[in-house]
Design a protein around this ligand. Structure first.
Ligand SMILES: Cc1cc2nc3c(=O)[nH]c(=O)nc-3n(C[C@H](O)[C@H](O)[C@H](O)COP(=O)(O)OP(=O)(O)OC[C@H]3O[C@@H](n4cnc5c(N)ncnc54)[C@H](O)[C@@H]3O)c2cc1C
Length: 391
């Protein structure tokens, strides 16, 4: 949509083909229906790719055009902790803004047009299930296979492969994690702030602090999503992925000091059981899990408890990742067309002249926080601009 707008603004005659009976099905799901469309905190470390250096220059030059672009569509935002949403809190406002601009620019929108094949001789021929379109330039913005019910179900990967492009492994990302322990029913539904340290084969890969969501299959939440991109890749390569949760992130001292602190609590809270003490700062369901794992009775006193084990579980609770949930649950796919196959100043394919490739289809992924739409806007606007030069 943003490619079409930009190209039409430059005077190109644009036709937008969409397989669904409406535009922007995925956009409407974003940000829990609120569309977190940008983030004030722009840093290249928020973006991941096998060739991130190739995206860096484009991102550097284009990141400042995104907000003016949306302001020129009449969109008013609301910013919460750097996260941009439409002021209405409705993703449909962003979609409306894009659709209105497409309409005023007289872009031809063809819905229910499933592209099945693209060929090129002098011109491109774009085959859909109903028609054949002829054009001088083509921009492919067919998404990924995350949340396939939205229309981006991975079919586009076959299309770009048939055009000679390669793909790096396509893996679910920004996705929930499963484990195989037998206590997840006990903690199901808990949301608790924690510091999470991901270790791959015992090496620290990344630390996140935020709200972890404990579910009946494992773990979810934004901080988990951000770790999931590393985990998907690690699991593909048969690495062991363990997340260690510090369930008492408010305590700033060492493990040894925390043990002393608990000791002091037990003296201060005379006659309290260990459970009573833990309930002062931990969700009861998590307390039950700790008791189950430590195999201790509900009425145990601190002085009789396996103190080091309890401190370990509170500060370094191990969650061994079995798998991620699948593409139906993933917000994005990591992997895609290698950036080495695209001119990253123009988004033109290096394999086929006048073909442009944008959005999630490429091997660039963002973290949670508006960065994935950011990739779609930056690459999409660039392709629209470049494809319409001399239009
Ligand atoms: C639940 C959920 C929440 C998300 N929340 C956020 C968020 O808050 N912030 C953020 O930055 N990102 C978020 N994302 C990620 C973001 O939505 C995507 O990264 C972004 O939409 C990718 O844009 P795209 O244009 O590349 O692909 P898409 O938005 O997937 O668009 C591709 C379009 O191409 C169409 N298409 C596919 N194949 C064909 C074909 N053969 N013929 C014709 N049409 C075809 C599809 O129907 C689709 O409409 C979220 C994703 C999900 C699933």
């Amino acid at each position: 949509m943003v490619s079409a707008i930009k190209a039409a603004m430059n005077g190109a005659k644009v036709t937008l083909l969409e397989r669904n009976n409406k535009l922007g099905k995925k956009l409407l799901l974003t940000g829990n229906g609120r569309c977190n469309f940008w983030n004030e905190y722009q840093d290249i470390t928020k973006y991941h790719s096998e060739n991130i250096e190739l995206f860096q220059e484009l991102w550097q030059t284009k990141k400042d055009v995104i907000l003016p672009f949306f302001h020129n569509l009449g969109l008013i935002e609301k910013v919460t902790n750097g996260y941009y949403y439409p002021f209405s809190n409705q993703a449909s406002t962003v979609l409306n803004a894009l659709e209105t601009k497409l309409k005023t620019l007289k872009v031809t929108i063809k819905l229910n047009e499933y592209v099945t094949k693209i060929t090129k001789d002098k011109k491109f021929h774009v085959y859909t299930t109903n028609n054949i379109y002829e054009s001088d330039k083509v921009i492919i913005a067919g998404g990924s296979k995350a949340s396939p019910k939205t229309g981006s179900d991975g079919n586009i990967y076959n299309l770009v492969k048939s055009l000679g492009h390669n793909l790096t492994p396509i893996l679910p990302s920004l996705v929930q994690l499963t484990g195989s322990d037998n206590y997840y029913k006990l903690w199901d539904g808990v949301r608790s702030n924690a510091t999470l340290t991901l270790k791959e084969n015992n090496q620290i890969i990344r630390t996140e602090t935020g709200e972890a969501q404990f579910t009946n299959y494992g773990l979810s939440g934004i901080c988990i999503f951000n770790l999931s991109s590393y985990i998907s890749k690690g699991l593909l390569n048969n690495q062991t992925e363990i997340i260690y949760l510090n369930l008492v992130p408010w305590y700033k001292g060492s493990k040894e000091e925390f043990l002393v602190w608990l000791n002091n609590q037990s003296i201060k809270l005379n006659n309290y059981t260990l459970k009573d003490i833990l309930l002062g700062f931990l969700n009861p369901k998590l307390v039950n899990v700790i008791f189950k794992i430590a195999k201790i009775k509900d009425d145990i006193l601190w002085e009789n408890a396996p103190q080091t084990k309890i401190v370990d579980l509170l500060t370094n609770f191990p969650f061994k990742v079995q798998d991620t949930l699948d593409f139906n649950h993933a917000q994005v796919c990591q992997g895609g067309i290698p950036l080495t196959e695209v001119n990253m100043q123009t988004m033109e394919s290096k394999i086929i002249k006048d073909l442009y490739l944008v959005g999630e289809l490429l091997d660039i992924t963002g973290e949670c926080g508006g960065y994935n739409l950011g990739i779609a806007w930056i690459t999409g606007l660039t392709a629209g601009e470049e494809a319409s030069k001399n239009a």
